[in-house]
Design a protein around this ligand. Sequence first.
Ligand SMILES: [Zn+2]
Length: 308
Amino acid sequence: MSDYPHSLLEFQQRFPDERACADYLIKTRWPDGFVCPACGSVKAWALETKAFTFECAGCHKQTSVTAGTIMHGSKLSLTVWFWAAYLMSSHSNGISALQLQKQLGLGSYKSAWFLVAKLRLAMVAPGRSPLKGLVEADETIFPCRGKDDPVAGGGGRSAQGKLLIAGAVEVRDGKPGRIRLIEIKDFSATSLHAFLADNLAKDATAKTDGWAAYPGAKDVKHEPHVVGPMAADIVLPWIHRVFANFKTWALGVYHGLRRAHIQTYLNEFVFRFNRRSNRHAGFATLLAIGLDHEPVTYNMLITPEAQA
Ligand SMILES: [Zn+2]
């Protein structure tokens, strides 16, 4: 997909109002013309009384362009959604809910937080392809914040603690390619093998620090480098740099992370890292995945179990 604005100016000119945003969504969602989600009919008319809504000529079901998507039922305007998607995807460090609330003049922190949290869910493409070739894999510990989040609410439940994160990065011609970061519950062989199986292609080669839990992962070739703890960043320079960048980002943008939402932040970091060479394309990807994503309620987002 190459149909996206390449600069802030282009973005402003292209999406000045609700109509422009809706047209973009309609074209992205139904590239070959409207298809009724209820009956599959392609005959429909646009309603004049309801914004950006089609009525099916077959079953008469009315479908708005955001129905059944991550934007479903949102009270925010499409232009706010577009600005948020643009700022989140194109800014090299992303943007926190608080920053977004101020930038877009949103009435409440809660609605800004909800908007950011929903877009973050659209940062994992369904069916994304696993990492290939030579892949550095390692694990790290990240301290998590126990302070109450003003909105997420699970106040006091998570005491000051530690998050365990497994990471992997493709290495092509000595340079980093795509990455994955996943929260794991422990550093056991079961957890680490599951991480490799889920994120590496069958013929990939995992390069690790030789931690005893790595060898034996099914279908993954293994290249262990047994080293002392001080030297791991020399053997696995790229994954260590990724971990360091993630920590700097989490502290700088979010002032630390809370356990309840850790995977969504990891996903956001991965999304931006994997699109670092073309951030503007990330905007189109984000909206496209969002259109494909089922509706999300506030409760689904604030309940950690909903992240599973
Ligand atoms: Zn229909």
